[in-house]
Design a protein around this ligand. Structure first.
Ligand code: ADP
Ligand code: MG
Ligand code: MG
Length: 893
């Protein structure tokens, strides 16, 4: 017999934390907390395998399920001493979804299930609190009506508003038992009117309806979108948790709340959370009432006047603080918890690893390692490399003038400027057009996720630090200011206003998610300081890292930035970028348009001194670290003059006439320039170009030695090689020039000559090419292009279709296609090493800064990765993680 149901409660459980695949995250952790002896209301989990079965079998359940559910329900009844559907002493349950990976807000929970017109009276009598009983019943009808029966929220809201208006009430808390009974009658009418049948009274029917709704919601649009954005396979399925209700809405000794065991924004080791007295479920995050802080410190920090739990319920607070301790020492990570207090007694309803900002992730990893909770390697593995991006990007310039118009909560750090939009769709539309946007909403909901993703920043006027906007923004690394209550947003007119300021759609604002400030216009930003926890963790990463990390840079600014971020040399200096400079472009054009070697040499002579200075500057910045310089690569027509004006300029410079220049420009036109006269093919046709570049490099090396005493070992790289012969010819040119410079300067220069591997033929011929090449650098942008036969510049038109159709999981220009392109890389590395055991191997495509591609590079055993300056820290951390994971995998095998 298959086991489809796992019970928990009374200090034990059939499941465990490591059974997330089967029980979902929520179910596995409820089981784990029960096993730890924490106060968890009893319940059971229907496994994710039932979800899979459900979708594989035309939305039906396995035959044994009904009996197993009944048995598990009886176990709950025995523990709590109540019966499901009992008119006098009814057991009520919650029905909750829970997938393997936490999907916040993706699937809705139904509370108070088991109430009907009869049991509600029993509940009223037993509790001696009719108001509580009817409040619970109306919540149940509303949740069940919405989640299970699909009746829109606003129908229920209208009924409640009407009753409040009739009675002259502002707050829900003013309604008495009799008022709630009127609301309930209204709610039931709504359901009957919308569905043509009455609200289900039979508890078993309610239970199966809710279970079916949870499984059904796995395939709703919100869930599908979330899974797409977070790479969660649909095949995983969700579990369903059924759990005895505890009540936070039974009076003033009751409460419900959420907390993080450490501050999720800063990582500070302080208990951090919010609660509401006499409330239920998600009231805390719904933004209807203003939540109160757990701790006095939290209350003071946020300028709240409402009492902290530490003051209002000191005993419960102590229980909760003890649970916090227990959970952290057990899970050894920051936890995000949900709890309810019923008549002075604490109940734990959820724990999971808490989402956090990058800054918090760093601080928590470093602190926990120093507290001895985890070791340094674990600390290094705890920080998501890509998330470092949040820390490397600019913050507001403290000297800049700011026109602050409102202040909200600092919900997710970072500063962002952009055009104001009021809908998620608009945010997505404008950002696709390349605009930076700030999504401004009264509050956000799961339907807004695509817009939050597209926006640079998110601003809400309602909700706390644990509101949907705040949680999701922190997860995505978007700047977010939440609950900026002074601002009023009117969706209809498209205006956001505060006092006399009116902001319309399309106006620019800046938000600072670290301070909560909202500013008019665009505020200048500055670079972050990379000290403190960042430096500590990166230091640890560097000790575990095997691969070196270099940068792709050609300008002094980029090179300096990369050095600051810890680059250990330049892996790709693209010399053509140096040619676009306004001062030189005319001479470059003369060179290209010259129709004789003499003409080319004359133009090259003008460029040479400038080119030499470029290298002098780079070598000085890199202070003896390796610098790989790629000789001219792109198709020449990229430099061609476009206007007649520009052509005339070139003609004058070269001393020829306009017609000749125009004729030559036409000659240079190519049908397929990416596969045309470019890369080493230029060097073969016009060796004088590479000659000039090589000479500049050697002379610069000599000059830098003379000036600074630093020995530079240049690595000269020939692009787009497909045959050994190409490399032989060009290496001979370089060696000849090298010998000449050494002769004339009287100084010996060590240098390497190598090639890019960016054509499949080169990868396959690597054994032969390595006879000449002293290093390989995998140019995986071109290698991807040439392996797939997909033009990078045109891929945008159809790659999304390929991803949607499931042909490609990722954009292969972003994440290395390890299957195809990766195989060529492995083959080339292996064959190259066979010929030349000490051949240096690196990667310089975009993939050099992509963590999952970096893991692959570690597996193949490359010596270094090279990436753009801002990705250097990401690559350092990813390379360390790759090394640690590789070592762990090896020791397990
Ligand atoms: P989510 O996955 O969206 O966090 P949950 O299943 O955790 O949804 O439910 C949301 C909230 O409902 C919980 O935080 C808790 O306040 C309330 N809740 C769930 N189950 C119970 C229960 N058995 N008793 C009381 N409250 C509950
Ligand atoms: Mg929720
Ligand atoms: Mg929850």
């Amino acid at each position: 017999m298959n086991k489809w149901v796992y019970s928990f409660g009374e200090g034990k459980a059939e499941g465990r934390a490591d059974m997330k695949n089967l029980l979902g995250g929520k179910g596995a952790n409820l089981a784990e907390m029960s096993n730890l002896g924490l106060p968890v209301p009893p319940g059971f989990t229907i496994t994710t395998e039932v979800c899979t079965y459900f979708y594989d079998n035309g939305k039906s359940y396995p035959g044994e399920l009904d009996g197993q559910v009944r048995e598990a329900l009886e176990t709950i009844e025995r523990i709590v001493g109540m019966r499901f559907g009992d008119p006098e002493n009814p057991l009520l349950v919650s029905v909750r979804s829970g997938a393997r990976a936490s999907m916040p807000g993706m699937m809705d929970t139904v509370l108070n299930l088991g109430l009907n017109d009869v049991t509600v009276q029993g509940l009223a009598r037993r509790s001696g609190d009719p108001r509580f009983a009817y409040d619970s019943y109306r919540r149940f009808i509303q949740m069940f009506g919405n989640v299970v029966l699909g009746v829109d929220h606003h129908h229920f809201e209208e009924v409640l508003e009407q009753v409040k208006r009739d009675r002259g009430f502002d707050l829900d808390t003013e309604l008495k038992a009799a008022d709630w009974q009127v609301v309930i009658t209204g709610y039931k009418e709504v359901v009957e009117k919308e569905l043509g049948k009455p609200f289900p009274q039979e508890p078993a029917e309610q239970l199966w309806g809710a279970i079916g709704a949870v499984f059904g919601s796995w395939m709703n649009q919100r869930a599908i979108t979330y899974r797409r954005l977070h790479d969660i396979p649909a095949a995983w399925g969700t579990a369903v948790n059924v759990q005895a209700m505890v009540f936070g809405n039974m009076g003033d000794d009751c409460a419900t709340g959420v907390a993080f065991t450490r501050n999720p924004s800063t990582g500070e080791n302080r208990f951090y959370g919010e609660y509401l007295i006499n409330a239920q479920g998600e009231d805390v995050v719904a933004g209807i009432r203003t939540p109160q802080h757990l701790t006095i410190a939290g209350k003071e920090e946020n300028g709240s006047t409402l009492p902290a739990m530490e003051e209002s319920m000191p005993e419960v607070y102590q229980q909760l603080a003890a649970v916090r301790e227990r959970l952290e020492t057990h899970y050894r990570d920051m936890q995000d918890i949900e709890f309810t207090v019923q008549q002075g007694k604490l109940y734990m309803l959820q724990t999971r690893t808490g989402k956090r900002t990058a800054a918090a992730a760093l601080k928590i990893a470093v602190d926990m390692a120093q507290e001895g909770l985890i070791d340094q390697k674990t600390g290094v593995l705890r920080v998501e490399p890509k998330s470092l991006d949040q820390l490397l990007h600019p913050t507001l310039d403290p000297k800049a003038r700011k026109q602050i118009i409102a202040k909200g909560l600092p919900a997710s750090p970072g500063a962002a400027s952009g055009k104001v939009v009021f809908s998620a769709d608009e945010a997505e539309r404008l950002s696709e057009l390349g605009e930076a946007v700030i999504l401004c909403r009264i509050e956000t909901s799961p339907e807004d996720i695509h817009g939050m993703h597209a926006a640079r920043g998110i601003l809400t006027t309602r909700g706390g630090m644990t509101s949907h906007a705040a949680v999701v923004a922190r997860g995505m690394g978007r700047a977010c200011v939440a609950g900026a209550g002074e601002l009023r947003i009117d969706y209809k007119t498209g205006v956001m206003s505060v006092r006399d300021v009116q902001i319309r759609v399309g106006d620019t604002v800046t938000i600072d998610g670290s301070t909560g400030e909202v500013m008019l216009g665009e505020v200048p930003t500055i670079q972050p300081e990379l000290t403190g926890d960042f430096a500590t963790l990166m230091g640890w990463a560097d000790t575990y890292r095997r691969m070196k990390v270099r940068t792709n840079a050609e300008t002094p600014l980029d090179s300096r930035t990369a050095r600051k971020f810890g680059a250990e040399g330049i892996g790709l200096c693209r010399t053509e970028h140096m040619f676009f400079d306004a001062e030189r472009i005319v001479a470059v054009r003369e060179m290209i348009l010259a129709d004789s070697e003499g003409g080319r040499r004359a133009a090259l002579a003008k460029i040479a001194p400038m080119q030499r200075n470029d290298f002098v500057e780079l070598f000085k910045i890199m202070k003896g670290l390796p610098v790989t310089i790629r000789l001219l690569d792109p198709p020449l027509h990229e430099f061609l003059p476009n206007s007649e004006e520009e052509m005339r300029e070139v003609a004058e410079g070269a001393g020829t006439d306009l017609a000749k220049v125009q004729h030559r420009a036409v000659q240079l036109h190519e049908a397929n320039p990416m596969l045309g006269h470019r890369g080493c093919r230029l060097g073969i046709s016009y060796p004088e170009i590479y000659e000039m570049q090589a000479r500049s490099i050697f002379e610069a090396a000599v000059e830098v030695f003379k000036e600074t005493g630093e020995t530079v070992i240049p690595e000269i790289m020939i692009p787009l090689v497909g045959t050994k012969k190409e490399l032989d010819i060009l290496k001979a040119v370089i060696d000849r020039v090298g010998a000449e410079v050494m002769q004339s300067s009287g100084r010996k220069i060590d240098y390497l000559v190598g090639t890019m591997i960016e054509l499949p033929r080169a990868a396959l011929q690597a054994a032969k090419i390595a006879e000449t090449a002293q290093f390989f650098s995998f140019g995986t942008n071109d290698l991807t292009q040439t392996t797939f036969g997909i033009s990078r510049d045109d891929a945008g038109a159809f790659l999304p279709d390929y991803q949607r159709a499931g042909i490609l999981e990722h954009d292969p220009f972003v994440t290395l296609d390890t299957e195809g392109v990766g195989e060529l890389v492995s083959i080339a590395a292996e064959r190259g090493r066979k010929t030349r055991a000490d051949i240096k191997l690196g990667i310089c495509g975009e993939h050099g800064g992509d963590p999952s591609s970096i893991y692959f590079c570690e597996k193949v055993g490359l010596d270094y990765v090279s990436c753009s300056p801002y990705r250097v820290p990401i690559a350092r951390l990813a390379a360390a993680q790759a090394a640690i994971l590789g070592e762990q995998a090896a020791s397990e095998a």
